[in-house]
Design a binder for this molecule. Sequence first.
Ligand code: AMP
Ligand code: MG
Length: 302
Amino acid sequence: MVDPPMSQIRELIAPVRVEPGSSVHLPEDFDPGYKAGFLNKREGKELLKRGVELLTEYQARLAAQNTYGLLVVLQALDAGGKDGTIKHVMSGVNPQGVTVHSFKVPSSTELSHDYLWRYTQCAPSRGQIGIFNRSHYEEVLVVRVHPQNLDRQRLPASAKGDGVWHRRYREINDWERYLSDNGFRIVKLLLNISKEEQRLRFMKRLDRPDKNWKFSPADITERRYFDDYQRAFSDMLCHTSTAWAPWYVIPADHKWFARICAAAVVVNALVELDPRYPQVSKSARRELAQARMALEAESPGD
Ligand code: AMP
Ligand code: MG
């Protein structure tokens, strides 16, 4: 068993949680460059290590109990650090217990269904941690910033119009509540980077041959909509941070800090779920004892 540094974890995540019903304006309300004052980089690395150990322990219990599931939703702008966060935070978990789904521009099959369809297909099963690298929130982010995406969804006139985003917030909240009522905990992380940090990361992708593959010319076009995304993020945070699935705005200009913070939120959710190894019944214990005797009887001796 690992000794849980839970008080430190709770202290770390309290300021990045979006209280349900609160009003949020990015970028003013959450500083992308924030680093908790009580932690330097070296202490942070140690805490991340402890967090990853805890995750390993709790994931094993989650899988063994096979009753609850955990859905981790990751949203960010390009170069926000989604891939690196997944890699580092999940470094200790058993790959059999984790699924990762990345959501891209929807296919024609996906566009032939209701907009939540493709996400429901990929939700984790009981005992599993499911990670959404981009998620159903794209439906109120990229689709809102570029309304031609909404046109491609072939919606009836009654499902479009002015109220569409508020209706989607309600539908998303309802879906998440349904999942949560049925044993699936949802953790939502917005990796919040500044425009300047995004510029520096794009430059790195252009300068370093081993990072060239990560760069897409579309990233530059999309960057022009930076402020529109901040508005869409803010409205999303105001309306979809709920008691059953709150948002956490992770300061992401410092990668080391973003990873600690993301790990802390995930660990905290698992600790609150408190999955337990199943108890073996008396009769099952008798069977175990008999099995042991049978195996001992087969010993070749010396
Ligand atoms: P990446 O994550 O960098 O591989 O890029 C995936 C691309 O798919 C991003 O540009 C997203 O904006 C886009 N995308 C994801 N979900 C949707 C969606 N529901 N509608 C339109 N575009 C999407
Ligand atoms: Mg990209």
